[in-house]
Design a protein around this ligand. Sequence first.
Ligand code: PAF
Length: 279
Amino acid sequence: MQVTSTVKETRNFIRKWKQEGKTIGLVPTMGFLHEGHASLIRKCREENDIVVVSDFVNPTQFGPNEDLEAYPRDFARDSALCESLGTDLIFHPEPEEMYHDPHAYVSIDTLSETLCGKTRPIHFKGVCTVVSKLFHIVTPDRAYFGEKDAQQLAIIRKMTEDLNFDIQIVGCPIVREEDGLAKSSRNTYLSKEERKAALCLSRAVRAGQEAIFADCESEAVLGKMRAVIEAEPLARIDYISVVDALTMQPVEQVKDNVLVAMAVYIGKTRLIDNFSFTV
Ligand code: PAF
């Protein structure tokens, strides 16, 4: 497995692989890899000749009061996991390699204004910028993203189409702990008590999935989900919403192709979860 930290070295490997006619898959990550990332890497391994994982805590997607400094990092563990999953190259740059101030940004306004974009106004601009840069550096045939970050996935699909990247975007299902909590690098912030409380998110998902079959008014479904979360004293809802899965705009009726998404603070940790509904 190759480990690179510069754009130039990475491009040299990519050029060689492309000359050999190999297909390339990219799994963009911020490191501190868990089973959710492993599922993306496995799928990428199945579908491509070459697997590239990027491991970069991207500063431009964190707001001024967010957890950039505290974000967990463990590159030794990440590279061991990547190697065991048959990764060919990990790109692990320093922020100075990726950004020279002032630099250009890429953004998609409308899809970024609802849900997570309301609480994290610069987040998706940072995500679009770094993902475009990775797309230009790695020029993959396919790129893999988790459905836990459903809004991110919708935005990246739209950006890929709008900017004519010739890349297939592959979404992969949410991976959960045995008790239902969606896997996330941020779960490490939770105390024992908070870890228990965090189960209210997946319980709310189940309540929402059941409620949809009884009533297709969004408010009725959200009411059932809110009740589950509000019963948990350590939880505070940031948002919970039913949106059109393509436009990310709220809808009043649960109809074909909607996303039911939420962000909930458990103590100081902000967690997200969601489910999609297609008739
Ligand atoms: O989902 C993530 O981990 C990040 O937002 C991504 C796509 C790697 C961009 O930094």
